[in-house]
Design a protein around this ligand. Sequence first.
Ligand code: ZN
Length: 393
Amino acid sequence: MSRQNCVYCGKEITTRSSEHVIQNALGGLYESEDICCPECNNYISRCIDAPFTKIFNPIIGKIDNFSKTNNPKSMPSCTGKVLYNNKIYNAFIKNGKVVGCPDLSRELKTDISKLPLQIVAYDFKLDNEIFHTGMAKIAFNYALDKGIDLDTLKHGLNIEKTANDIQKISFTYPMIPFCPLNPVDYYIELETDFNLYHNMILFSQESTLWCYIDLFNTFQYYVLLSDNLSQGINVYDNYAQTLQKIDRTEPELDIYRPKDILIYAQQYGVEPCLDKAEFSRRIKNAIAKKSQKKALESIISDKMAAMPIDYSLRIAQDPKKLLPFAHSMRLYFDDNDKLRTENFRTITTDVQGYVVPYPYAINTVLRQDQTPLRSYTMSKFNRLTNFLNQKTK
Ligand SMILES: [Zn+2]
């Protein structure tokens, strides 16, 4: 059943407008027509999505064949740090190349374009309202699309409006950064090959409702959507997708009669249309999208299957690691090595092997000591930087 009224302005939705749950500019493919009216959609994309997606320019500007559909040619620039002669300098970077480094140019009084400058970091501005609001909006949209009642989500949604117009929409849900607390999560996040994907997990724990968001397999947060969930409501859903289009050849379409169009439309799950060029474009898009949707189970299983023998031997020989590893393996995988999806990122094992809710456990750890999170975040960003640097060559 479709939503009758816009969640922001409350007006009746007369024209359906499609909203990307994860922003289109970030390659998000999940769309929902069930959230807001076209005017509010426009506000959200201008005032929340546009500044938010800019944060990720270092990634967007580097990925070949990126999956986003709008402006596929635009290669945004970004800032970062470069290493030259054992010193670190701020730099402007475009398409993986250093295009400006004012401090170094001033110091050397020479053209820096020929110098061997190594990019050692990209700047991501995460500690601000823009980032917070953008992440929270993803969680809010995902929950709404999965049928969570607007009243349940209201406490973190702020709307300033006059009689007719929206002045400002903001989201103030509390957020907890993800930090792996068990050996399997450490392995998955830091020891496997880096590849780009987005993942969302919506889940309830007693009266709380959480959305775990992982963007580009680097920006990982829990968003607390509600601490007032009605008793007996049990929520679980997840979504995952990869981020690079897989080149597929277009199928040969033998269209002679209008009926042929209907047959193909059904086969590929697209809207039929009589314009043959437009119709084959729709089919091509449908195929590309399908190839990128990936089950969370298969992403994680692939990573586990690739575990090197010497890694598992190292664990087996270390009495301090063996037991926690066994505990977390049992938490995540059944006897047939199939992922217990509902446990993944929702609960973890603590040092004694007890099962605890993940976001609370992280919160408890971080209240005592921020060091594990700092070192984890640094490792994740190093992996991302290495990945982006490789892509240049
Ligand atoms: Zn509206």
